[in-house]
Ligand binder design. Structure first.
Ligand code: GAL
Length: 460
């Protein structure tokens, strides 16, 4: 990778609390919906859970040293809500605050900028029982109060905040297909959950801007995920289907944040099933992100379909297919990762251009991009050349987008460590640094050393 990126480009890697921390009931931490979901037989591959995971809770100093040795400039991690508020609201657990304070201080000492995600899916289970989780009427206020606790305790040192990670996943996989916690299957609840997630984001941003941003001087935004949808043919119907699929995937959450309301296609197709925002909520939402956080992994073809068409995998299908009349497919020529996600770097460039055009060229950070390949270490080394090829391709696509005028500000590899991959358990390996659950070895992969060189060549 000999391409030069802008001087201020942020080079990072990302993780999430549930996937790496372990210490699931350490020092006053309350249980989360993922702790409980994993106890139900059959919900995760091999019935895996994250009780230990990468044991980052106990070994974070070692992990920070690892990040430093890779030359990372930024590290995106999430806070476990129930570690600092065991019941989700009310009492604050000082031991949880202490843990994140130590992590933040260690990062800063190592010259690594902390990027905090406030919600990466591990809702305190008390809030699921007591207020129906993300479909409860008061959840957005409870989230905002939790966010305030984080700004207050960490905001003197943390200048980059992401409110919600991938509201689409929470809504569709958690409340639609039911394959992620809390495991609810419904046709209507995803839209209600999505609505509350957006309100929660807007309320947290409002608190940050009114009470903290001027003094602390940080920035705040939301991270959404989206695949690219390429029209299967150049027929007007397929072109419209691909656009609709992107609207039901990304614009569902980005239009309210940039334009103050849901896309017209969703309102028209969903009618009353899509809740509506009050004028006050629209105002709070419009302009509520200082940057566009994007998690991007793959591409699929989209074609116009008759009502009820299905297509793609549960992870890749972009929502409830019958609401969109879109059918999805992949080309047999595309290579696949172990998640069965197609490797299509040009789709990344097209998606970035689509975002720039629709949202008036916002500052964009790719807050996650990566691939799963399960390689066995040989003699203490992991020669993951597939992963290097993947990153070469996607970073070249990001570089191309910059050349086309897209305002790209940074890139975070998913993920620093092999970790707990939700319903796939430990069977899929995403990290640039290899780790066995709770093991004492963290073995750099060839891709980690490759990434270090890319960062170095960019003169940082
Ligand atoms: C994202 C998610 C991450 C990680 C990744 C790979 O959707 O934010 O937690 O699991 O996908 O599947």
């Amino acid at each position: 990778m000999n391409k030069k990126f802008p001087d201020s480009f942020v080079w990072g890697s990302a993780t999430s609390s549930y996937q790496i921390e372990g210490g699931w009931n350490a020092a006053g931490k309350g249980p989360s919906i993922w702790d409980v979901f994993c106890m139900i037989p059959g919900k995760t591959q091999g019935n895996d859970n994250r009780n230990i995971a990468c044991d980052h809770y106990h070994r974070f100093r070692e992990d920070v040293a690892l990040m430093q040795s890779l030359g990372l400039k930024a590290y995106r991690f999430s806070i476990s809500w129930s570690r600092i508020m065991p019941a989700g609201r009310g009492d604050v657990n000082q031991a949880g605050i202490d843990f994140y304070n130590q992590l933040i201080d260690a990062l800063l000492k190592a010259g690594i900028e902390p990027w905090i995600t406030l919600y990466h899916w591990d809702l305190p289970v008390a809030l699921q029982f007591e207020m129906d989780g993300w479909i409860g009427d008061d959840i957005s206020d409870v989230f905002a109060a939790y966010a305030e606790v984080c700004f207050r305790h960490f905001g003197d040192r943390v200048k980059n905040w992401i409110t919600i990670n991938e509201a689409w996943v929470v809504a569709i996989l958690g409340y639609g297909h039911g394959v992620f916690a809390p495991g609810i299957k419904s046709k209507d609840l995803p839209y209600r959950a999505g609505h509350n997630l957006l309100k929660a984001h807007a309320k947290a941003v409002d608190i940050y801007r009114k009470q903290y941003q001027t003094v602390q001087g940080g920035k705040i935004g939301i991270t959404n995920n989206c695949d690219w949808r390429e029209p299967l043919t150049d027929s007007a119907a397929d072109v419209a289907a691909a656009e609709r699929a992107l609207e039901f995937f990304l614009a569902w959450f980005a239009d309210p944040v940039y334009k103050g309301d849901y896309p017209a296609s969703m309102k028209q197709r969903l009618g009353d099933r899509l809740p509506s925002f009050s004028e006050e909520e629209k105002q709070l939402l419009r302009g509520s992100s200082d940057f566009f956080g994007l998690n991007h992994y793959t591409t699929m073809y989209a074609a116009d379909a008759t009502h009820g068409a299905e297509g793609g995998s549960v992870y890749g299908n972009g929502g409830l297919s019958e609401d969109q009349d879109v059918s999805l497919s992949v080309s047999p020529d595309w290579e696949m990762t172990d998640m069965q996600w197609a490797i299509v770097p040009w789709g990344c460039c097209k998606l970035l251009e689509w975002i720039a055009a629709r949202y008036d060229n916002p500052l964009i950070y790719i807050t996650e991009n990566g691939c799963a390949f399960d390689q066995t270490p040989i003699d203490g080394q992991v020669d993951d050349r597939d992963r290097i090829a993947f990153f070469e391709g996607y970073l070249a696509a990001v570089h191309e987008a910059i050349g086309l005028g897209v305002d790209m500000k940074g890139y975070f590899i998913w993920s620093l460590l092999d970790n707990f991959e939700w319903a796939s358990g430990y069977s899929k390996k995403f990290g640039i640094t290899h780790v066995e659950e709770g093991s004492l070895n963290r073995i750099p992969k060839a891709s980690a050393l490759w990434y270090r060189d890319v960062i170095r060549k960019n003169g940082l």
